[in-house]
Every structure is written in structure tokens, then in C-alpha cells.
Design a protein around this ligand. Structure first.
Ligand code: AVJ
Length: 310
């Protein structure tokens, strides 16, 4: 990613009304480390639920997959440590698997390869580094049927109709007999969801504030981060969880030699983490033009691994 797009996106967002910044920029080295801490918070139930499904329900998922061999393509794979449970089950169920992790970061892909080498020696791993808007092209020409994985509730960061747009975009690279496997956080008690994005330890606040620090470092900004507070909300009707940073005072901030004015208590919208019901997912599956779907949930029905068949 060039500094150019980063600078343009940040300035455009800060000049919009209401102000907004994009959560895809959270993940510099410090932000990625803070996200690892979030994943270990007791309130942040998502990774535990998803891991439970990948461990306990893998065989049920694999029973829906008729072919003997598959390319398992993972979008935004990261270190793949949760995916290893599913790949392990695929191998135990005698499927012939090639694992193709796609990620923007070549560093995390070498960690991924090393984890697979240790946990699943003999697994064929073919990492591809880059933006998946580019790298997906490379996998669509392969002969073997594929399962495209998009785990970790990452679909939740797409706002409104953009989630459907993204699923339609991925489907263009798929053929008959291929599967899209999505890890999705479900609608549930609003307090349970809100607590996951408003932890008392304040890690989620730091995770959001880090983007202001990043702007200070990389775009020569002068945000005084102590003047901003974090505020999360959940709307049980739409299922949208939204995070904001609130300017506690009226102030002017410099970013890349532009001046940005804030009123007291003016919000910057930072992130959307959309929650879905199983009915919402059925509708998206239908609207995206997949033929069938199956949902595999954890014991609390907090999270779903949903399998969409082309
Ligand atoms: C990585 C996008 C799934 O939205 O739950 C965690 C990021 N933000 N806490 C999410 C996040 C605040 C996370 N995703």
C-alpha cells in the first residue's frame, strides 16, 4: 500500500461530514499486536467460538463436501493457526488438499507456512502475497475444485450493501461445485456484543487511538490522543456495531499540512462490525446467487461458519 492512498483516504475521511477513518488502516505493527491482545480478551468471544466450530464441527462441514480433492484458498489468512484445525480434519477425512493462503503481508505468510510445516507436515502450502483483489485472479484458473475461506468475522467490516458486493465479487472467481466458507458473528444479546467492543481493560480504545498515533507518525500529524475518547454502539435492529473516537474538546489538528477542526464531542466514525442472523445470511446467499447454504454454529449459537455452494 502506498503512503499516497493512505494520505488521500485519511484526509478525505477527516474532511467528510460526519468524519470517518477506515479500520483497514488499524493494522500497522502496533495495531496488529493490539488486535492479538483483543483476541485474548475474555469479552471478545469471537475467536473462541470460531475455534470451537473448526474443532468440533469440522467433520460435519467436510461431510457436505463431495469431492476427493480441494484447493483451500484463504482470504486474509494471517498466521492460519485456526485454519489448521480444519485442514487437519480434511486430511484425516482423506481429502487431498492444497492450502493457498492469501495475505497482504509476506511476513505473516512465512509464519503461516512455518505453523503448517510444524502442525501439518506434508500439507502442500502455496502462499500468495498481495491484495486479494489481485491475487484471486491467480487461483481462478486452477483445475481443482476450491473452497474459499473468509474467517474471523472479517466480512463484518464491510458496511451495508458492500458485504453483498464483496461476496458477489469473490463468486466471479468461482465455478460450479466450489464453496465459499464464511466465519460470521451472529446477532445475540446486545450487551454481549457491546462488551466485546468496549472492554474494561481499554485495549479496544488503544486499538482505535493507535490509528491517530499512526497518522501522527506517518502523515506528520499532531493529534493529542488524550483529547479523544472511545465510544462503541450496537443497534440490535440493523446489527451494526460502530466504533467512534470522540473529540473531548473543540480543537484544531494538523495532518499532512492540512488543518482539521473539531467541535467539542464531535465523533470520528472508525469501524463497523456488522452482525448477522442466520436468516440474514440465507438472504445474502440467495442474493449473491449461490445455490445452497449450511450453517455450523458453536454451542452458544454466537458464531456461524456458513458454507455457500455455487
Ligand atoms: C477483525 C474485523 C473481525 O470487527 O470484530 C476487534 C476487529 N475491532 N475489536 C471485529 C475488531 C474491534 C474485528 N475483525
Amino acid at each position: 500500500m502506498t503512503t499516497d492512498t493512505f494520505e488521500k483516504d485519511i484526509l478525505k475521511g477527516l474532511q467528510s461530514k460526519p468524519k470517518r477513518l477506515f479500520s483497514k488502516y488499524f493494522y500497522d505493527d502496533k495495531g496488529s499486536a493490539l488486535f492479538q491482545q483483543i483476541m485474548h480478551l475474555p469479552e471478545y468471544y469471537l475467536p473462541g467460538c470460531e475455534t470451537e466450530i473448526l474443532q468440533q464441527r469440522a467433520k460435519d462441514i467436510i461431510n457436505k463436501l463431495p469431492q476427493a480433492s480441494y484447493d483451500v484458498v484463504e482470504l486474509g489468512a494471517g498466521d492460519g493457526s485456526k485454519t489448521a484445525y480444519f485442514l487437519d480434519a480434511m486430511i484425516r477425512e482423506k481429502k487431498k488438499v492444497t492450502y493457498i493462503p492469501l495475505d497482504i503481508s509476506p511476513e505473516i505468510l512465512s509464519v503461516n507456512e512455518e505453523i503448517m510445516r510444524q502442525r501439518l507436515p506434508g500439507l502442500c502450502v502455496k502462499p500468495i502475497a498481495g491484495d486479494y483483489f489481485e491475487t484471486l485472479k491467480e487461483i481462478s484458473s486452477r483445475e481443482v475444485p476450491k473452497i474459499i475461506l473468509f474467517l474471523g468475522s472479517n466480512i463484518g467490516n464491510f458496511e451495508g450493501e458492500k458485504a453483498l458486493g464483496f461476496i458477489r465479487f469473490v463468486k466471479r472467481f468461482m465455478g460450479k461445485g466450489d464453496y465459499f466458507m464464511l466465519g460470521v458473528d451472529l446477532k445475540k444479546h446486545p450487551r454481549t456484543i457491546l462488551a466485546a467492543y468496549d472492554d474494561p481493560a481499554g485495549i479496544t480504545k488503544k486499538f482505535n487511538i493507535n490509528l491517530l498515533d499512526r497518522i501522527n507518525r506517518e502523515l506528520n500529524g499532531n493529534f493529542n490522543t488524550a483529547d479523544f475518547d472511545h465510544y462503541a454502539s450496537y443497534d440490535p435492529i440493523s446489527g451494526a456495531t460502530k466504533s467512534y473516537l470522540i473529540s473531548k474538546v473543540a480543537q484544531k489538528v494538523q495532518v499532512a499540512s492540512h488543518t482539521v477542526g473539531f467541535h467539542a464531542f464531535e465523533p470520528i466514525h472508525m469501524e463497523v462490525s456488522q452482525k448477522y442472523s442466520l436468516e440474514d445470511l440465507d438472504q445474502i446467499r440467495f442474493q449473491a446467487g449461490f445455490s445452497t447454504d449450511h450453517h455450523f454454529t458453536d454451542s452458544k449459537s454466537y458464531f456461524s461458519i456458513s458454507l455457500f455452494e455455487v
